[in-house]
Design a protein around this ligand. Structure first.
Ligand code: APR
Length: 275
């Protein structure tokens, strides 16, 4: 681990942004199933759906209340989870480098925000499961899912009373989860597309944690950072395509994020490792 910590120290001594890019693996140790893990299935009627089938605009158009039921179930899982040491380390990093650090996260679980990651330095590129927006896009505004909307048990249907709460406050039309679906595109107003691409070109150091490198904007972030000469560190329990890029521009840490992120942050902040 020491060579990686020395690499982080050398990188942060150069001018430029310090970025973190997180995926579901960072929340795995908080008990939230990862996307491509085996626990990702969801049953509607007699059919089993994989997230990639259900997290789509097409599915929402065809069976909106089944898609809402899945999200309200997952919202309960997220609400019941607590941030772990990896989330907390990234909060320390944000506070230690208020003008240089930015967190780009694929996670919609809200754990970074609940850990204390400042909104001004945190860019959720796939949305936030605790927010909803107008299904007809009458506004770009996002709204908290009302407190009166309970988490659902697995298989539970959305009641008429809950349906009445899942409406756009502006037009009173149906609301939808504020999450990027697999058949939708990134943009700046909802998912910070241009902002995170620009940050990647300004990075001196990029720490990737807990992602399988399956989605588009993370690939743009990593390749733009690499092309700009950033040092790239990949933290994951298993090899993945980002690890190959990190090997030639920084290094890989094959360990759980909650175990190693604190030491990495201490090195970046050039603080003695916590006792
Ligand atoms: N520490 C570090 N990495 C971990 C840990 C851990 N404790 N546990 C699992 N991982 C790694 C896995 O090895 C895997 O590479 O986290 C990664 C999780 O991969 P995915 O489940 O594919 O999650 P993610 O990469 O975030 O998915 C990206 O795709 O499904 C869409 O929008 C969804 O945001 C999601 C995106």
């Amino acid at each position: 681990m020491e060579p990686i910590l020395a690499t982080c120290r050398a990188a942060v001594a150069r001018p430029g942004k310090v970025l973190a890019l997180t995926g579901a693996g960072v929340s795995a140790e908080s008990g939230i199933p990862t996307f491509r893990g085996k626990e990702g299935y969801w049953t509607v009627g007699a059919r089993e759906y994989h997230p990639q089938d259900l997290a789509t605009h097409e599915a929402f158009e065809g069976m909106p209340w089944s898609v809402w039921a899945w999200y309200l179930y997952r919202l309960g899982v997220c609400r019941a989870a607590a941030p772990n040491a990896a989330h907390e380390a990234l909060v320390r990093l944000a506070r230690g480098l208020p003008d240089r650090f930015a967190l780009v996260t694929q996670n919609v679980d809200g754990l970074h925000r609940r850990a204390g990651s400042p909104d001004a330095q945190t860019f959720p590129i796939h949305g936030d499961i605790s927010l909803m927006r107008c299904a007809r896009d009458c506004t770009l505004d996002r709204f908290p899912i009302p407190d009166g909307v309970p988490a659902l048990a697995k298989g539970e249907e959305v009641s008429a009373a809950i349906k009445a709460l899942l409406v756009c406050p502006r037009c009173r039309g149906m609301a939808r989860p504020h999450v990027l679906w697999f058949d939708e595109s990134y943009d700046e107003p909802r998912f910070h597309l241009d902002t995170v691409r620009k940050l990647a070109t300004q990075a001196a150091l990029l720490v990737i944690a807990g992602t399988s490198a399956q989605t588009n904007l993370p690939w743009q972030v990593v390749t733009l950072a690499a092309r700009s000469g950033a040092t790239i560190i990949d933290v994951n329990i298993e090899d993945n395509p980002f690890g190959e890029i990190a090997e030639s521009s920084g290094g890989c840490v094959r360990a759980p994020a909650a175990t190693v992120m604190s030491a990495i942050v201490d090195a970046i902040l050039d603080r003695p490792a916590a006792g």
